[in-house]
Design a protein around this ligand. Structure first.
Ligand code: DAH
Length: 338
């Protein structure tokens, strides 16, 4: 039996050495170690070996098996190395790789982050409210009566339920005052929806940033100082800003804020970026009625509010002549912000 085992081992090692690919190597393995392999069959003969020889023969079998397994592994590795080397032949490893494309934040995200960070430094906390609103929070509570043009079906997206897509983020002023007592100092960035014709300065889904500050003795001077400071922080100290008297139902007095837009290849022009004003006492009365208390006593508290168009701020910030660039997802445009 000893001779037989040695012969099997020698034969197996020879056929392993002779194998030229993984296929012939596998055949060599099966021939010796497979279910019907030569070594497997000799091992089965162990039961007939006399007791006194069992240990020696067993050791011999083990040695043969280890030698064959080691040879198989080594050959396998060798074949793999050869295949790898072959695969790399003709490839120039010094060729520079293709450039990676870096992703970037969308300009609207960038401007929103910057606006929030400036206002947070000034003590404003973030607040939010739903985009699907009811008429009370979008209009009635903001002193906007049923016959006001903003409530027209031609201007607002209504659902059959009577709810609507909020036309402005001023709804968050109402929701905040319903649940919090003064002093209130909040900002609420978010989407707003209008049935506007889309053009170079209008989108039907757009982005606003609302602000509200209510306390005792809040003045128009606070409003102007806060917003001028904000705009200069965002756009630089040379920014030209103009407050233009306007009308909003929920503020009195009210203003629109224009900032000079310097778009490439165009003459500088004023672009309206925000509405603002002193909270109308009628709004406080509505809030009190909704809260069923007199927390917002118009004799005791005053406040200012503002609503900015984030898309418009982005236009000013980067000198964009067309607001639609912000929603077209043209990689040639977006790449510039990487
Ligand atoms: N909600 C107004 C709009 O979308 C903007 C606005 C004006 C917001 C005056 C305010 C404000 O908070 O006080 O046109």
């Amino acid at each position: 039996m000893k001779d037989q085992i040695e012969a099997i081992q020698a034969e197996a090692l020879a056929s392993i050495a002779a194998a030229t690919d993984t296929r012939s190597l596998e055949d060599a393995r099966v021939a010796v170690l497979g279910k019907k392999g030569t070594l497997t069959e000799v091992s089965a003969g162990m039961r007939d070996v006399p007791k006194e020889d069992k240990a020696a023969i067993g050791a011999l079998l083990n040695t043969a098996r280890s030698a064959i397994t080691a040879a198989l592994e080594e050959k396998q590795q060798g074949l793999q190395d050869t295949a790898d080397r072959k695969a790399l032949e003709g490839i120039d490893l010094t060729l520079p790789a293709r450039a990676l494309h870096h992703g970037s934040l969308h300009p609207l995200t960038i401007i929103r982050h910057q606006a929030i960070s400036i206002l947070r430094r000034m003590g404003f906390a973030l607040a939010e409210g739903p985009e699907i609103e009811d008429e009370f929070h979008c209009f009635d509570a903001l002193n906007t009566p049923a016959d006001h043009p903003a409530r027209n079906e031609k201007d607002t997206f209504y659902f059959d339920s009577g709810k609507l897509l909020r036309t402005h983020t001023s709804t968050v002023q109402v929701r905040t005052m319903e649940t919090q007592a003064p002093p209130v100092r909040i900002i609420a960035p978010g989407s707003a929806y209008r049935r506007d014709e889309i053009d170079a300065t209008h989108l039907s889904v757009f982005n606003q940033l609302e602000g509200l500050y209510v306390d005792t003795d809040v003045s128009l001077g606070d409003l102007k100082g806060t917003l001028e400071y904000f705009l200069r922080e965002l756009f630089g100290s040379a920014t030209e800003v103009r407050f233009r008297p306007h009308f909003f139902p929920f503020t009195e007095p009210s203003f629109e804020i224009d900032v000079k837009l310097h778009a490439k290849g165009q003459a500088p022009r004023w672009v309206e970026v925000a509405g603002c004003g002193m909270v109308d006492p009628a709004v406080f009365e509505q809030i009190n009625a909704s809260r069923k208390d007199s927390t917002y006593d118009p004799e005791k508290v005053t406040g200012f509010a503002f609503g900015m168009g984030l898309d418009r701020l982005a236009m000013i910030r980067w000198g964009l002549k067309d607001i639609r660039l912000l929603i077209e997802n043209d990689a040639r445009f977006l790449k510039q912000f990487a």
